[in-house]
Design a protein. Structure first.
Lengths: 287, 278
């Protein structure tokens, strides 16, 4: 079983549209939406939820007011500024470390598990899907990504699938790291803007750091062909394969508005054909 | 006044809106809190004055004093310490710097050690002061770097914060304490979906907000229906124009080349100031 993560560094370059198209083109894959704080893949793949699971990412402190003597030690020692001036716990700021419980002289603080989101196992027209949603303002997205990937792995073994396609989140921090550890390849979707190039370079460094084979797709290449050429020569110098060069097309947005992937909505379009060709190249590497 | 610019969905035009407001209003402090992928400087082209490392504190275990009792590992909620019969191992990437391990150690064998997680960069363009953070590649936690950027907020000047995408801890850390948050969205199903999540978070942490619709004209009208239904103010619409996209791709804030936008951003900022009352 192989694993492919779609990333971008910069947000809004087209990760999810490409992941969803891959999910449609793949014959025997599980798809995992690892952008757990802004998951969008379900709007193109329309999963039917089979199983929902509560996600407990950490603990949260609770102060027993009947025991509390208002000494303020917990507030003084909390590095997360999670105890308010009237000695209540700010649940959003609390990282559940337990220092308050240790320093409390009267044992008034307890740690309780907090439910930070839900993980789902679903079925789509194209196969199985593992996804999740973090509750508003909750943290621990990296841990939830790990859970989504574990669920995808169990599904792929049970269903005899040979590939997991992972939709990552923007950035290079904990959820992104959790979505690339141990995968076979990552496809970085970039755009020919100065920010796109800057963010591409940082993601490629991250992939190198974690020993993941990188591939690049330049989306909306015709917005600035000088920058597209810059990306091409940068990738050539670094020996990174550019597997797709996709033009800007309003059809991608129209497909999204209609809740469809571009490969279904307009299969003969240049964009759809380029995605198909990119998919074939990725398959050659992954098989 | 502190105004943050955020979005939920990435790539909706946060940085572009934040930079154009800052340049149109003038004399502000601009803090780029998207420390994973800081981009504002690519549009602002600042003169860089200095760079400062950002550290977190991680446990340093004195081998002479440690008895390998395992109390620190038992306490640590993040599995950042692992104790064997001969060794006490620290995993800096997992540590949240709460300091609890040092408190529970019966031998007083644990002190704090500096661990570099990123850098702060300081620059300026005219009367605009820029600070941005850069998370080191491979380091998972961006929040300490965001905190370091926000520690640079100077009293007396208006502050514009450029938030990272998403709606979890890095976003919350950035927008907390703002007088107002501008949510930049695009009129597409993805834009609307992620806008709704961001709105939920802002309501929870009680930060007032309004919406800027970028790339107006693409997609559909549902984002407007939503805002109307929820009584959310649409502060500004920026139409999808190839010219704007091309200018952005070259690192040029479009209000510099299309001066009619300068007034629109000034008006937007004036409206926010009136609503905040500062």
């Amino acid at each position: 079983m192989k694993q492919l993560t779609i990333l971008s560094g910069k947000g809004g370059t087209g990760k999810t549209s490409i992941t969803a198209s891959f999910a449609v083109l793949a014959k025997n894959a599980v798809v995992a939406d690892c952008d757990v704080d802004a998951p969008d893949l379900h709007m193109l793949l329309h999963p039917e939820i089979i199983k929902t699971q509560e996600f407990i990412g950490s603990n949260v402190a609770i102060i027993d007011e009947t025991k509390c003597i208002k000494c303020g030690l917990c507030r003084e020692k909390c590095v997360f500024d999670a105890i308010t001036s009237n000695l209540n716990v700010d649940a959003i700021a609390c990282e559940g470390c337990g220092v308050c419980a240790v320093v409390c002289p009267v044992d008034a603080v307890a740690l309780t598990p907090r439910i930070s989101g839900n993980a789902f196992i679903s079925k789509t027209k194209y196969g199985f899907m593992s996804h999740a949603i973090l509750h508003p303002g909750e943290s621990n997205s990296g841990k939830l990504v790990t859970l989504v990937r574990q669920n995808a792995k169990i599904l792929s073994e049970k269903e005899n699938c040979n590939l997991i396609i992972i939709d990552g989140s923007p950035g290079i921090g904990c959820p992104v790291i959790a979505s690339i550890t141990g995968v076979d390849a990552a496809l970085v979707v970039t755009e020919p803007t100065l920010s796109g190039i800057h963010d591409l370079k940082r993601v490629l460094e991250l992939l190198d750091h974690f020993n993941v084979a990188p591939f690049v797709c330049i989306n909306m290449y015709d917005i600035n062909t000088d920058n597209t050429n810059r990306i091409l020569s940068f990738c050539k110098e670094n020996g990174t394969d550019v597997v797709g060069i996709i033009p800007f097309s309003p059809e991608v947005t129209q497909a999204m508005v209609n809740g469809k992937t571009i490969v279904e909505y307009s299969p003969k379009s240049v964009v759809a054909e380029e995605i198909l060709s990119m998919w074939k190249k990725m398959c050659l590497f992954l098989v | 006044m502190i105004v943050s610019v955020a979005s939920g969905k990435g790539g909706t035009g946060k940085t572009s809106v934040a930079v154009n407001i800052a340049l149109s209003v003038g004399n502000v402090q601009f803090l780029d809190c998207d420390v994973e992928e800081p981009n504002a400087y690519l549009l602002l082209h600042p003169d860089l004055q200095k760079t400062e490392p950002v550290y977190t504190l991680i446990p340093f275990v004195d081998k002479e004093l440690c008895s390998h009792c395992g109390e620190c590992a038992k306490f640590c909620q993040y599995n950042a310490i692992f104790v064997t019969a001969e060794k006490t191992l620290v995993f800096p990437e997992l540590c949240h710097s709460c300091g609890g391990c040092a408190m529970v150690c019966p031998k007083k064998a644990i002190t704090g050690e500096k661990h570099r997680v990123g850098v702060l960069k300081f620059g300026s363009v005219g009367d605009l002061a820029l600070v941005y953070g850069e998370l080191e590649i491979g380091k998972p936690m961006s929040v300490p770097v965001i905190k370091a950027v926000k520690n640079q907020i100077k009293e007396g000047k208006d502050v514009i914060l450029d938030s990272p995408p998403g709606t979890s801890c890095p976003f919350v850390e950035t927008v907390r304490g703002s007088d107002f948050c501008i949510l930049v969205t695009e009129p597409t199903p993805f834009g609307l979906h992620d806008l709704k999540i961001a709105v939920e978070v802002l309501k929870k942490i009680a930060v007032p907000f309004g919406v800027v619709v970028n790339r107006a004209g693409i997609g559909d009208k549902k984002v407007y229906d939503y805002c109307r239904g929820e009584n959310i103010r649409v502060l500004l619409e920026i139409p999808y124009q190839r010219r704007i996209a091309e200018l952005y791709s070259r690192g040029i804030p479009f209000s510099l080349e299309m001066p009619e936008w300068k007034e629109k951003f000034q008006a937007l900022y004036g409206e926010i100031r009136r609503s905040v009352g500062r």
